[in-house]
Design a protein around this ligand. Structure first.
Ligand SMILES: [Mn+2]
Length: 196
């Protein structure tokens, strides 16, 4: 079973995260940052991942440590659950609309953490959430998951829509990339023979 559980405690955050890659989209998310909860809930739903996140962080400072550290834990969870990555599709991409917003993402489960982030966000805040933390979250995620992720805004004016489109698009791309490809027959999908 492709499941993992991560516990991580620092002076800034205390996080417990459970992931089932082969889930049904069920989630229970409580990070202390309601907008981040909203994004992680829809990430789980559209990725068909089962996800539990419990975080108590220093949100009296701001949401920075919480967003970054939840990204770290989610990345660790994918890396751990994927193991040697045998049999996976490896690549995934999606172009997802959210009303006027349109966001492209492309994933390579490459073994190399790389984020290409081109997502102009007109508003500095959505609710209490600093929108610059979207990039921090995804950068932390790709570094720990060891994946390449491109996020590119094709259209959009409403910041909530744009960010939501990005999370939904990333969910669909990840779902495709981590899916088991029967044609691969359990092999590691690289001519190098390994994904590192
Ligand atoms: Mn929304």
């Amino acid at each position: 079973m492709r499941k993992s559980q991560i516990s991580r405690k620092t002076a800034e955050t205390n996080i417990m995260l459970k992931l089932n890659i082969d889930g049904s989209g069920a989630s229970k998310v409580s990070t202390g940052a309601p907008f981040l909860d909203h994004m992680l809930t829809l990430f789980a739903k559209h990725g068909c991942f089962d996800l539990t996140v419990a975080c108590s962080g220093d949100i009296q400072v701001d949401c920075h440590h919480t967003a970054e550290d939840v990204g770290i834990c989610l990345g660790d969870a994918f890396a751990q659950a994927l193991g040697d990555m045998a049999g996976i599709t490896r690549y995934g991409s999606a172009i997802i609309p959210m009303d006027e917003a349109l966001v492209l993402t492309a994933v390579d489960i490459s073994g190399r953490g790389h984020l290409a982030f081109d997502l102009p966000l007109p508003a500095a805040k959505v609710g209490e959430f600093d929108t610059e933390l979207v990039e921090e979250f995804w950068r932390a995620f790709v570094r720990r998951a060891n994946i390449t992720l491109h996020i590119r805004e094709l259209a959009g004016t409403n910041t909530h829509h744009i960010i939501e489109g990005a999370f939904k698009s990333a969910a669909r791309s990840m779902r495709q990339a981590v899916s088991i490809d029967p044609a691969v027959k359990g092999a590691i999908p690289s001519t190098k023979g390994m994904l590192v």
